[in-house]
Design a binder for this molecule. Sequence first.
Ligand SMILES: [Zn+2]
Length: 410
Amino acid sequence: MNNKGILTALAVLAGSAAVAAFATIAPGNDPSPPPAQPLVESLAIDPGQAVLASPASYIREEPFQRGDTLAAFLGRLGVEDEQITRLVRSRTLHALRPGTSVRAEVTEDGALLSLSFLNGRDTLVTVAPEDGGYRARETVAALETRVTMKSSVIRSSLFAASDAADVPDSIAMQLADVFSGDVDFYRDLRKGDRFTVIYEVTWLRGRPVRAGRLLAAEFVNQGRTLRAIRYQSSYYTPEGKNMRKAFLRYPVEFSRVSSGFGLRRHPIFGGWRNHTGIDYAAPIGTRVRAVADGVVEYAGVKGGYGNAVILRHNGQYSTLYGHLSRIAVRRGMRVEQNDTIGFVGQTGWATGPHLHYEFRIAGHARNPASIAMPAGQPVPAQQLPAFEALAQPLVARLDLAASANLALLE
Ligand SMILES: [Zn+2]
């Protein structure tokens, strides 16, 4: 009898044993099937039949975590102590960064057969025993890109909403960035605002390993629906208008840490009506960015503003940034939109850490929310067919999500 024959015969045997076990374990009128565990125990398998022995090795996958020692981590993966002692000397393993998922194949006795992880964007590093030592190999990882769509409703903050829908931070940040010409994510968000994001996720060996590009998004802010489609590394409305405006709506970098900061302190800070600027409560050290291309007109201490920067932009526009903890530019320097010009602080007349931001036209402070900002270049006319071909299925998916979300709300 060949091996396959033995297997089949044993399977039949095992089957009849199972039937017998049912008969003995389950008392007459109990309709529920017996638990699986006793069944397994009742199967007497000849220990001589190695063919049916439990698997010789196990695969475990674990993220290397912040604060992990290499030895403790390898222990968690089931690697035996003696090998751990040798492995911690491996230079390859010292390249492991927190958050990296590591897959290990280990025998029952804890002998390592192989260990692999993704290093950098597309390289799969595999460490395996060889000639009494270990050898690391780098191969191109068989990555697969899938497209995911998720929706969520804002109840307290953008990040709470993205967490609730399992949307990665990097996608939430891209969302805030894409709409940053239209929505002030610090001040304009309202309970009940909602979003849908369509984005790429990279998979390796059947598991998601990281989020990629945001392909399309819908943001409903205070009843106003905004949509963006990614095309050739820029974002456009479904009609082909550029999402990028000459001026960003807010000068403080949006992050998980800073986004909730203002909410807690809200009553301390005045709105537009109370003075000539807008205050952004944010932790000291939060990045302050130029809202538009321009030239540094002033950088230094300026009375009650403390450390301040004034930028002169095209036309009659200028912007002022006050109470900075640190200034990152010098007078006369050219800056581009989104360049770092300083960091949030509490210098000058400030009751707490915040940025005081003024938007001026011909020297007069104005409310930037009330001014229609010029947008970047639209999709060129000759590229419109290509753009529409790309946008149409994405728009269809956003439509689908919008109607599903509305149905949920009703
Ligand atoms: Zn202020």
